[in-house]
Design a protein around this ligand. Sequence first.
Ligand code: SF4
Length: 391
Amino acid sequence: MEKELGIYIHIPFCVKKCNYCDFNSGSFSDEIKALYVDALCKEIEIKSEFFKDYIIDTVFIGGGTPSILPYEYIGRILEALRSFYSVSDKAEISIECNPGTVDEDKLINYRKFGIDRISFGLQSTDNDELKILGRIHTYEEFLESFKLARKAGFENINVDLMSAIPDQTVESFKKSLKNVCDLNPEHISVYSLIIEEGTPFYDMELNLADEDDEREMVHIIPDILGDEYTQYEISNYSKKGYVCKHNIKYWVRDEYLGFGVSAASLLKFNDFKELRLKNTNSVRDYINIVNYDSELIKKFTDFDIYNPFYSENIILSEEDTMSEYMIVGLRMNRGISKRDFYDTFGKDVYGSYGDIINEHIKEGLLKDEQGFVSLTEKGRDLANYVWKDFI
Ligand code: SF4
């Protein structure tokens, strides 16, 4: 039987770096972009010999800002994928876009390439907040992009919002959420701003929301979104039938294969328990290796040699796998299935984590209901505190 596989394709290019961003992304010349896409198509081809038994059921083109590439490049990447892999006709194919970087022509062509889900990085509908974040677009540009996406036939649209933006109030957050809700997207993600070391925000004096306001922003989300949307993950809300199938693979630890710089993969080959790969973080190294030393790409199962194509190349121990299983599984509202834990590890979840689970149940942070262990509402507020115990 064919196994299912999710594909992640990383496009590391942005118009300019946002003030809070620590992703592997940046501004590069058109020449590098063209070379990178050539290299991506080659990596896709080279790895294909290992994945003949798989059917691709999700594809996620993320970044960075994939939509700054000419649409023909996106077409070439998907063509390479379809030429060398078995891509299901029903595969969910998503692309991340930044408002202001798409036009009608691009969106119509995305549809022609079979892309059926679009994810807009909006973050806020307040132009002052967008400016503070260092975003390249205005709310009005987003509205135009959203309208064009609907016109091009996209019936599955996600909008990313952010809470705890410097200078943001509970009221202005509420307004952003209401504005987005009025557009009726199928999916909304809301992430809290985290100030990461190495980003411009880290060295700036910022007027940040206090803990109470930050928590209130999170708590008002379900009320504003109403019954049409269901929270299915700590930061993700969707209408019925519109969960992001690709992202769920990360949270339930299904297999996925990443292409491009810093793209991660989780593979479960017969002779290994679980294999974690991460490609090199350097765009230049990536292009050079693909062009001049491409045999290295195939050597992801040679753990003893230093391989510059991979920044990470390890077999996960059972302890690592279990810990990851708990942490990512608890991100989902349904939590982790006790039966699935048993089927995966051949032991009871209470045998491995009984003390931790019981302690957090006593504190009101976890619950055990209908075969699933999950975070309570209070537990979602203190998720980091709970997760750290499973590391
Ligand atoms: S658009 Fe996204 S990936 Fe690019 S710099 Fe901004 S936050 Fe980072």
